[in-house]
Design a protein around this ligand. Sequence first.
Ligand SMILES: Nc1nc2c(ncn2[C@@H]2O[C@H](COP(=O)(O)OP(=O)(O)OP(=O)(O)O)[C@@H](O)[C@H]2O)c(=O)[nH]1
Ligand SMILES: [Mg+2]
Length: 321
Amino acid sequence: MSKATSVADLVAGLRKGDRRAVARLISLVEDGAEEASEAIREVYPLTGHASTVGLTGSPGAGKSSLIDGLVTRARAEDRSVGVIACDPTSPFSGGALLGDRVRMQTHALDEKVFIRSMATRGHLGGLSLAAPEAMRVLEAAGYEIVMVETVGVGQSEVEVAKQADTTIVVVAPGMGDAIQAAKAGILEIADIFCVNKSDKDGANETVRDLRGMLELGHGRDPTWEIPIVLTSTVTEDGLDDLWATIKRHEEHLSQDGRLEIRRRERFGAEIREIVGERLKAALEQVAGADVLDRLIDDVLERRLDPYAAAQELLKRFGLPA
Ligand SMILES: Nc1nc2c(ncn2[C@@H]2O[C@H](COP(=O)(O)OP(=O)(O)OP(=O)(O)O)[C@@H](O)[C@H]2O)c(=O)[nH]1
Ligand SMILES: [Mg+2]
């Protein structure tokens, strides 16, 4: 970043709706640059007013195409939308960066829409912290709805989807997608199921599979019955229904302090995650490889058990073991 443009300048630009400032702030938090923590601090007080929607699901299920349709519907109601697409550079769509640009092209010239792809190649670990920060930059910039797309294959992607107020799990017929979703633990995070590609064979079976799974228990919010919405981005069937369902969930959260409860949980988890990361880093520093090696020797030689070894390390932090 050039010296002439400080983080404060960028944040001032963001407040005035300067898209380049928004893009550069996202780059800062994405790269974890030195200025990132300053950017986060400046941006944070401006957040909290957007509705956030996460879409997750297996590669090629149709998440980007769905977002394109949802953005159209949000814009028809004159709501502005920011989108963060976390691209795995999926082997299915081959170079998702280009794919997303093509699929979300409809809104390329709309000033009230901001779409950004974040490449996750090799940076899966950092995604769970970088994506929520990028979403906050968009919130701070005043986008009324902020959507995030992640591929539901890894723990960190699932974590990102969980960061949203409303989480949609997208499955496509065939490929045993519903079963995969169950395995990956993403059933627990769904507020809405979307069975996309309903124009293809097998969509009804997928709905049936999901219904069967839902009967075994409810999701994370016992006061919300998880709807299953059938969509096709090709015929546009069900897209109005999906949009209406998102708004119904938004309305549901606005009652009885549910949104606050959800956000409290989320911030609790985020703070813990940050502390966990820092503690791990501090552990490496304080204990050093030699100390850890010695303790491992002790455990190997049966002089200490693993708990006692951990206790030794915790003592160095002044923590109760
Ligand atoms: N038949 C049919 N094809 C669809 C539908 N929705 C999306 N597709 C196609 O499925 C492919 C993947 O769509 P995307 O929207 O890129 O899916 P995605 O889940 O964002 O993919 P990744 O980001 O690569 O995981 C594209 O070729 C789309 O044209 C649908 O409803 N019906
Ligand atoms: Mg996509």
